[in-house]
Design a protein around this ligand. Structure first.
Ligand code: ZN
Length: 79
């Protein structure tokens, strides 16, 4: 089984994480996450990343760490 990048996911994921969706969009997004492995993986990864960024002050991150995280995020998307 291959995980295809999902256009719908890219469209809603950031809003979903930012909690800026309407109730209707929220329900749709949750339903989609239940159906789509790709989106679920992306969502978990993004949420973990955000929590990590929130916990550790961004300005105290070692140089290059953010770039590394971005790279990981890219790898995850194509895994
Ligand atoms: Zn999807």
């Amino acid at each position: 089984m291959t995980l295809e990048p999902c256009d719908r996911c890219e469209e809603i994921l950031q809003d979903f994480l930012d909690r800026t969706l309407t109730n209707e969009e929220w329900a749709e997004a949750e339903m989609h996450l239940g159906d789509c492995d790709y989106c679920r993986r992306r969502y978990r990864f993004e949420e973990t990343l955000r929590r990590y960024v929130k916990l550790s002050a961004v300005e105290r991150m070692p140089p290059g760490l953010m770039a590394k995280l971005e790279q990981l995020r890219g790898l995850d998307a194509t895994a």
